[in-house]
Each structure stands twice: as structure tokens, then as C-alpha cells.
Design a binder for this molecule. Structure first.
Ligand SMILES: *Cc1c(COP(=O)(O)O)cnc(C)c1O
Length: 635
């Protein structure tokens, strides 16, 4: 076929269809060979090739591919954006990021960010005692912040203050007024000067799905009065130097830069006011919220953001600088706690499609109709013969109405199962024909949008949504999804996705789209004996840690992959997914007891006359034990 023939399909077409260039932030791209590629700097490698490499060593799908280089690059980009913005604005302070580990506490993520972050004094943030235990012993830069947020008890505070004794730059954020007493008391006990941060309940709200994390109703934070009371108490005790940080966090995935500017202005003004009272916090911490453009639309839609890293950094720097300069206050060290923006891009869930189900697929043969079928059967066949560009709307509505009638007649016993099956089949054919005649029209009525959804396949993939992308189920968050290969072939079908859990919620029927939310995903026809792999992208933030073992599908295998300068694929580490026994033990069973119970079942069955010889028993036991140590996914 000549390259420009209308039915040819190029890598560029695939890029546009799946929006890769728009959401991938440069980390993924469609290769000329039709494979999706991962790219970091000049190095790139094919994702299907990485998967084949892993499969070649006996690893099975589904699996998560993690690219530590992407984490390192995210750090470099965020820090670079602040460095440029500060240089340009003449900001007389510096930027110091903090990674809140609740976003992804996986070892490779925390260690990669701590290690690579040493160059920029990147710190870590904990919101619980367990998280503090974890971050306190990481190898961070001596000036990096070890930030303690969240509600605290004595032990939390004590451990934090011990960290300070060890010479770490530990800051304790007061989330509520009552925590001040606790911190001062334990600091006196330990004979250490605490570094205190004040979480301020700013009035400004975020935007997007997590809008209510900030604002007057926020769960955490001190009111203006409490802020003043803390400052006064510290001053009265001659401990003003303990007040090291003002902290404001308006929420996550803030989609609108204008909301960020308003919140930062409020936080900066509060900082300035504190300075005028004589309490000069060294750090101004503006929290998280830096959004990821999951659909690539650059809008304020929940899955997007109307700004990029550069605009974000410039907005923070200029807003703080202006507030400070107006009041002649010193420029504070600017801190942000970006988690999502650092981690989302580094992980891809690779899921293989194992089956396709659909209304337009190979129909089973139907038994013949009775000699005098119900008139509805003939009416529908008549409609099928009459679909034209001119009357498709009328035909469509009549078919929909006939289908409703069919259900009523069937329920009342006037229509047999055979007749119903024929009517259903004809209905599907009518819809396919309507779609065919409307495909090339400039304008298609909105009502017909349901048509694509009705005619779409369900592609069943070997994964659990509750592991791979729990936020899609919980809060409807969208993640970009695309085939990892065959991208120089035109996808001829449309599908929604179903996972292999037995939960009807385990489906994906909303997809990222540059203009809107798509209800189906363009896919290729499955080929006998050939794998068809889909990638669920940008799942590195929050998804790993919110994942749950619904249906006892456990954590999936993961590979940490580094790409060499010439595209060599280096598998740094492979972490096996959970075996069935692990997830079973997590719900309170012991596998040795289960095996005893199995023996009891065998004994009882034999007592009831079931014929089982020793070989049968051994076979069953072996199968059962094999299951317990097996992967929880289809193998
Ligand atoms: C969750 C959280 C963050 C991370 O927010 P992102 O939007 O993921 O960057 C930062 N700071 C605090 C206090 C948080 O609770």
C-alpha cells in the first residue's frame, strides 16, 4: 500500500489517537515500528521488548514496569523549574523540595528520590509514625527537611525530636493547637530545641477532585488566632527561634493555576505578617497540589491542569517575592511537597488482554424461528433492510422502541426465547448498519453516542483494577491507556476493559480524551496465539499504596528497568508479586491449617463413599499446595 493511502495508519496517527504526545511528558512515544517506547533523555527502548525480555526469564504478566530514571528526571525538572524561576525573578532564597512518602512508599521510589535528591537537598515527609521510622534513616542531604505532618502522639513527637538530636533537619508541623504543648514538653524532656512548623488553615480552596482538602473546612490546620497564639507563646518563652516554618497545603491535583496563585498569595501574606510580629520562619512550605496532566488536554478538567512545571514554579516564586518585597520581609526558603508530580510518570501497569466479548462478535448459531413468528421479528428485519443515510435516525429510534416492546412481550410470555434471540440479533445488526452509514457524516446526533458503547467489545484483561488503578474505581480518576504494540496498524474495534475480579465494578469504561471523556478505547482485533498488551500509564502516584487485595488478587510482579545510552535494557531488580498464601494469610488464615482442613475434607468424602485412592489424594494435595504458592493472576 502506498504510504499515504487513506487506509494506512502511521505512528503519528497512533500518537494522535491515543494522545501519547499530550500526556506522556516526553517519557513515552510511539516508535516507527509501532511499539510504544519509553524515553529518558536520549535513551529509549521498546516497552514490548522489555516485557519480552522479562518473560524470557520466566516472569509473567501482569506486571508493573518502574523506571527510576523517570523519577530522577522528574526531580531534575521540578528543581530546574524553581532554579530558573528564582534566577529570573532575583529571588533571594532557595527552593527545597520535600517528597511526601504517602504518595508511594515503595522502597525503590523513596530511595531513588532520596539519593538523587541529595543534589538539591530534597527532603522527605511523614504523616504517621511508621512513615517517620522509614524516612528518619534514609540517606538524605544533611540540610534536607525531614518533615513530620499529621496528628501526633508522644511517641511520634519523641522519635521526631530524637531525629533532631541525631543532627537531622527534622521539622514538626503543628496540625492543631494542642500539639504545641506536647512538642515543647517532650523537647524539654529530651533537652533539644524543636523546629516547629505551623500548618495554616488557609481560606483559599483548590480545584479539581480533591477540592475540599483545603479551605476553611480542611481537616488540618491552625486558625489565624491560633497562629498568633503559638507565636506569642514562643515569644513569651524566648523560643521564637523554634518557629521555623509556615505550612499551607490546599489539596492535591489542583487543576487551575489561578486557584494556586490565590492560595499562595494568602500563605505569603501570612508569612509576611508573622515576620512583622518578629517571628521569622526560615521556610515557607506551600504543600502539594502540583497537578499531573493525565489526559493531556491542558485544561482545568479533573484529569488535567491548565499549567505546567514552569508556570507553577514562576507563580509560586513571583507571588511570594512580591508579597515579601512589598513588606520588606526576607525571602524565605521555598518548600513544596510535590508527590504526584514526582512519581506519577515512572510506573506503567502492563496488562495482557485474554479475551474479547462483544455484541458484534462471531454469533452462535440460532435455532430456526417458528413458522409464524411474532410480528416484531419481521418488523425488525424490515428495519434492517431500510437503513440509509437519510432515515438512519428514524430507523434507530424505531429499533430502540421495538426492543423495549420485545422485553415487555417476553416478560408477559408472548414471545419465546428463540424469537427474542432473533430480535436481539437483528437489533445489533441494525445498530451496526446505522453506525456504518453515519461513520463518515460531518454531524452525528448526540443520541447516537450510546451506539458506540453498545456495539463496543469488552476486552477482558488479566489484572485487577483494585490493584492497578484503585483511584479509577474509588474516585473516577482517569489514566491514559494504550496498546503497547501494533501502533502502525489501524485499530479496527472499540472496547471497554474488564478485569478478572468478580466485581462488576472491576471495569474501565472511561478513558482520557483530549476533548472529553471517551467511553470506549480504540483497540486492535485479537490475533490467535499472539499477545495483546495494554499499558495503564501514569500510575506511579497513590495507586501502588491504595491498592487492595479485592478477590484476593495480590500485588503484581514489578521490574525496575534502566535504559542505557544505546537503548540497552537493564533489569535492575525484579520484585515478585504476592503469592496466594500471602494474601490468604493477610485475612487471618494459616496455610498449614488450610492443608489440615483439606485432609479432613478428603477423609470425610471417603467416609461418605467417594472413591479416592492414594494417587488421587496426592494429586489434589499437590494441586492445592501449588495454588498456595502460585501467582494470584491467570497463568
Ligand atoms: C498528600 C500531601 C501532599 C502531596 O500532594 P501532591 O498533590 O501529591 O503533590 C503534600 N503535602 C501534604 C501535607 C499532603 O498531605
Amino acid at each position: 500500500m502506498p504510504p499515504n493511502a487513506p487506509s494506512s495508519f502511521s505512528a503519528a496517527d497512533a500518537d494522535a489517537l491515543y494522545g501519547v504526545g499530550a500526556w506522556a511528558a516526553g517519557y513515552f512515544e510511539v516508535g516507527d515500528d509501532g511499539d510504544l517506547q519509553v524515553r529518558v533523555g536520549d535513551a529509549h527502548a521498546s516497552l514490548p521488548k522489555i516485557v519480552r525480555r522479562l518473560e524470557g526469564t520466566g516472569r509473567s504478566l501482569p506486571m508493573i514496569l518502574r523506571f527510576p530514571q523517570i523519577l530522577e528526571d522528574r526531580l531534575a525538572r521540578v528543581n530546574g523549574a524553581f532554579e530558573s524561576a528564582m534566577a529570573e525573578a532575583g529571588y533571594r532564597g532557595r527552593y527545597q523540595g520535600v517528597y511526601p512518602i504517602k504518595v508511594n512508599q515503595r522502597r525503590v521510589v523513596v530511595e531513588t528520590l532520596a539519593e538523587a535528591g541529595a543534589a538539591w537537598r530534597t527532603g522527605l515527609e511523614a504523616g504517621s509514625k511508621a512513615e517517620l521510622a522509614l524516612i528518619l534513616v534514609q540517606d538524605t542531604h544533611p540540610e534536607a527537611l525531614i518533615q513530620c505532618n499529621g496528628f501526633k502522639d508522644d511517641d511520634f513527637v519523641r522519635l521526631a525530636l530524637w531525629g533532631r538530636k541525631l543532627g537531622k533537619n527534622v521539622t514538626i508541623t503543628l496540625e492543631k493547637f494542642g500539639e504545641l504543648d506536647r512538642v515543647l514538653r517532650i523537647a524539654d524532656e529530651l533537652g533539644v530545641e524543636p523546629a516547629i512548623g505551623l500548618r495554616y488553615k488557609i481560606h483559599a480552596r483548590g480545584s479539581g477532585a480533591w477540592e475540599s482538602s483545603g479551605g476553611d473546612d480542611a481537616k488540618f490546620g491552625l486558625t489565624s488566632g491560633e497562629l498568633l497564639a503559638v507565636a506569642e507563646r514562643l515569644e513569651a518563652e524566648g523560643r521564637s527561634s523554634c518557629l521555623k516554618m509556615l505550612h499551607a497545603h490546599v489539596g492535591s491535583q489542583i487543576t487551575d493555576i489561578r486557584k494556586i496563585r490565590v492560595a499562595v498569595r494568602e500563605a505569603a501574606q501570612t508569612y509576611v505578617e508573622l515576620c512583622e510580629l518578629g517571628a521569622v520562619p526560615e521556610y515557607l512550605n506551600l504543600g502539594g497540589g502540583l497537578a499531573v496532566d493525565y489526559d493531556g488536554s491542558k485544561t482545568t478538567f479533573a484529569a488535567s491542569a491548565n499549567y505546567g512545571l514552569r508556570t507553577y514554579a514562576e507563580t509560586l516564586v513571583w507571588t511570594v517575592l512580591e508579597a515579601c518585597d512589598e513588606a520588606e520581609a526576607p525571602h524565605p526558603v521555598l518548600v513544596t511537597e510535590s508527590g504526584r508530580a514526582l512519581t506519577a510518570h515512572h510506573a506503567v501497569a502492563v496488562v495482557p488482554v485474554v479475551d474479547a466479548i462483544g455484541r458484534t462478535r462471531d454469533p452462535v448459531p440460532l435455532p430456526p424461528l417458528p413458522d409464524e413468528p411474532n410480528a416484531l421479528v419481521g418488523d425488525m428485519e424490515e428495519l434492517l433492510r431500510n437503513v440509509t443515510v437519510k432515515n438512519y435516525r428514524q430507523v434507530y429510534y424505531e429499533a430502540v422502541s421495538n426492543k423495549d416492546t420485545m422485553h415487555q412481550l417476553f416478560d408477559l410470555g408472548y414471545l419465546s426465547l428463540v424469537e427474542r434471540a432473533h430480535v436481539e440479533r437483528t437489533y445489533n445488526r441494525i445498530l451496526m448498519r446505522v453506525r456504518k452509514v453515519t461513520r463518515d457524516l460531518d454531524y452525528v446526533p448526540e443520541e447516537l453516542e450510546d451506539l458506540d458503547r453498545w456495539l463496543a467489545d469488552t476486552y477482558v484483561a488479566n489484572f485487577s483494577l483494585f490493584q492497578a488503578a484503585p483511584d479509577h474505581w474509588a474516585v473516577g480518576q482517569l489514566f491514559p491507556i494504550a496498546p503497547l504494540h501494533r501502533l502502525t496498524e489501524r485499530p479496527t474495534r472499540r472496547a471497554t476493559l474488564a478485569d478478572i475480579s468478580c466485581d462488576s465494578d472491576g471495569t474501565i469504561a472511561k478513558f482520557t480524551d483530549l476533548r472529553d471523556v471517551a467511553r470506549t478505547l480504540p483497540v486492535h482485533d485479537l490475533r490467535e496465539g499472539e499477545p495483546y498488551l495494554l499499558g495503564i500509564f501514569l500510575t506511579g502516584a497513590y495507586q501502588d499504596v491504595l491498592a487492595n487485595a479485592h478477590n484476593l488478587f495480590g500485588r503484581v510482579h514489578e521490574a525496575h528497568v534502566r535504559i542505557g545510552p544505546d537503548g540497552e535494557i537493564g533489569i535492575e531488580r525484579f520484585v515478585g508479586g504476592q503469592k496466594a498464601r500471602r494474601v490468604i494469610e493477610n485475612v487471618g488464615y494459616r496455610t498449614d491449617v488450610l492443608l489440615e482442613w483439606l485432609d479432613q475434607e478428603i477423609t470425610e468424602a471417603k467416609a461418605h463413599g467417594v472413591a479416592l485412592d492414594e494417587a488421587d489424594e496426592a494429586e489434589l494435595r499437590e494441586l492445592y499446595e501449588h495454588e498456595l504458592v502460585g501467582y494470584t493472576y491467570l497463568e
